[in-house]
Design a protein. Structure first.
Length: 572
């Protein structure tokens, strides 16, 4: 029975040792090879004197050293802390000190950005650099007391290493790492993006990670024949699950760090990918990219989480991947994932979050803790063994989000705490959940409570709008004024730029489109709102941007939008 993170891989290595587990570009590792490498990395960790429960930071792109480092932590009983490779040195410094990282694994380029902080890490003892030479590290070592090791030296094999494999079978030897790790022990710490204040470390047990893999593989109906393209950061629970689900079922995981959406399309063709998980920004980019004939025919499914996927985007994706079933999912890192909408219900209930995933129970509660009636708005509460262990060394934040499991819950596993999501939802008579708004994002204007999500969905009905975000800004007259941030479709941007006889608009810019064109577009948007919304819900201001700011996990950074807007308008 699989109950620990490293067993996800080792059990598949026993069942199908020669199946390909991991592919990076043209490099392949089968399950036996990858498992042997993980055992050896765990032994190398042990030589550093690491104790069970100590934290190891992994600040790398998606590569085999990253994967080996994480799973070796599980085998040894240490805790892996995957750090998003797009984070900058000050953020990495904060995370490392916050959870007292003892060992940091990175590459030479990222190490260079960390040089100003090397003497300010409070608990860090060793830095392992996967691509630096001993000479390069010797030069850096003169500036810091940290122990600097290159990867080759770290994993250098003794003359017994090859005895770990005999006739294609894994065996135990006297050097194999043995720990007293239990399923409910801490396995990993995932840091939130920290769009407001400093990031919080969410603590995941082995059970959380293993059951997440079992749940997803069950409703996606994964098989050993699947080839899954992993494009999301492994520091993101959604990205990490691509690995764990693959390894549980014995499928192939193809790691890809992409620059352009076209790189993803090429990878689908080259590796004959059957499954892909992404967030709305990538899906939208993929709809704007040309798909050669038959490119997407190998795709069996695709999944979305991290935001609403507009129906027109979904329709285009299905045209490009005609054999693929779409799975729309809702989750929060504190409980991994809560609901998914079955592909059979996509067009019957296009605005639904679906129903609870396997191993989870979802309640919709009033403020007094009682169950909501059908179609009554309440807070989504997640119950069950996917509920994580809370926030690392942050009792206040933990007690605000993790509360005693409501007595009316079935709670079949007797999990003491539930996650109160802070999301307002409603449940229909058939049991399907519908998102209404974030609890802390409801806008109070002119005495009315307005759901940003409801207003955004109305705006997205306009074909000229690709993305829409609603925020509330302080207003003396209204309490809060409704501000709409809009990204218009690429086709409209091209037409506008051509009408001005200017180059195509740079979609990487945060600048507004020329005012003369804004006026016409804004008028059309307001007219649409007047037809579909009561007066109090009509935005007081519409701001057209070429792109929306996003945090490290690809989610729209509404806090940054609000901060910039308030500063520009003298409201901060």
């Amino acid at each position: 029975m699989t109950s620990l993170v490293h067993e996800l891989l080792s059990h598949s290595a026993q069942r199908s040792p020669n199946a390909i587990a991991l592919q990076i570009k043209e490099t392949q590792l089968n399950y036996l090879q990858l498992n042997e490498a993980i055992i050896h990395v765990a032994k190398s960790y042990k030589k550093l004197g690491l104790l069970q429960g100590e934290r190891i930071g992994i600040y790398l792109a998606k590569n085999q050293e990253n994967v080996q480092s994480m799973f070796a932590c599980s085998l040894l009983g240490t805790v892996f802390v995957p750090i998003n490779p797009v984070l900058k040195a000050p953020q990495v410094h904060y995370i490392a000190n916050d959870c007292q990282i003892k060992v940091l694994i990175t590459n030479r380029t990222r190490l260079m950005t960390l040089k100003p902080f090397l003497n300010d890490f409070t608990e860090l003892k060793t830095v392992i650099v996967i691509d630096a030479t001993p000479t390069e590290l010797a030069d850096i070592s003169t500036e810091t007391p940290l122990n600097m090791i290159n990867w080759a030296s770290f994993i250098s094999k003794d003359n017994r290493a090859e005895k770990d494999i005999v006739k294609g079978k894994i065996i135990e030897d006297s050097l194999t790492v043995k720990t007293a790790v239990a399923p409910n022990d801490l396995a990993a710490i995932l840091y939130t993006s920290g769009s407001t204040g400093q990031p919080k470390g969410i603590m995941l047990s082995h059970t959380n990670i293993v059951l997440g893999a079992k749940s997803v593989s069950q409703y996606l109906q994964l098989t050993p024949e699947d080839k899954i393209l992993a494009v999301l950061p492994l520091s993101f629970d959604y990205g990490l699950n691509q690995l764990t689900s693959c390894f549980l079922i014995g499928a192939k995981c193809v790691l890809l760090d992409y620059l352009l959406a076209n790189d993803v399309i090429k990878a689908i063709t080259h590796y004959e990918i059957t499954g892909l998980a992404a967030v709305p920004p990538l899906w939208m980019q993929l709809t704007k990219t040309t798909w050669p004939i038959n490119t997407g025919h190998s795709m069996r499914y695709f999944t979305n989480s991290g935001g609403v996927l507009p129906l027109k985007t979904l329709t285009t994706l299905q045209q490009n991947m005609p054999n693929a079933k779409p799975y729309l999912m809702y989750g929060l890192t504190e409980a991994f994932r809560s609901t998914f909408l079955s592909p059979d219900e996509i067009y019957n209930r296009p605005n639904s979050m679906g129903k609870a995933i396997p191993h989870s129970e979802i309640l919709v509660l009033r403020e007094d803790g009682s169950n909501c009636d059908d179609d009554e708005i309440g807070e989504l509460v997640h119950v069950g063994p996917l509920v994580t262990l809370g926030y690392w060394q942050n009792t206040r934040a933990t007690t605000e989000r993790f509360k005693n499991t409501p007595k009316q819950a079935k709670n079949e596993k007797n999990i003491p705490l539930a996650v109160f999501s802070g999301d307002f939802v409603k449940r229909d008579s058939a049991g399907f959940i519908y998102f209404v708004s974030r609890k802390d994002m409801m806008i109070k204007t002119s005495g009315y409570r307005v759901s940003p999500t409801e207003l955004e969905s109305v705006l997205l009905q306009l074909n000229i709008i690709n993305e829409a975000v609603i925020i509330g800004s302080p207003s003396v007259a209204l309490g809060q004024a409704i501000i709409a941030f809009i990204v218009i479709s690429h086709d409209v941007q091209v037409v506008l730029s051509q009408s001005m006889n200017t180059p195509d608009i740079n979609t990487e810019s945060d600048q507004e489109l020329p005012f003369i064109h804004n006026k016409k577009i804004k008028k059309e948007i307001i007219k649409h709102c007047q037809f579909n919304l009561p007066n109090y819900m009509i935005p007081k201001e519409i701001i057209i941007l070429n792109t929306l700011p996003r945090n490290a996990n690809g989610k729209i950074d509404t806090a940054l939008l609000l901060l910039n807007y308030n500063q520009e308008n003298g409201l901060s």
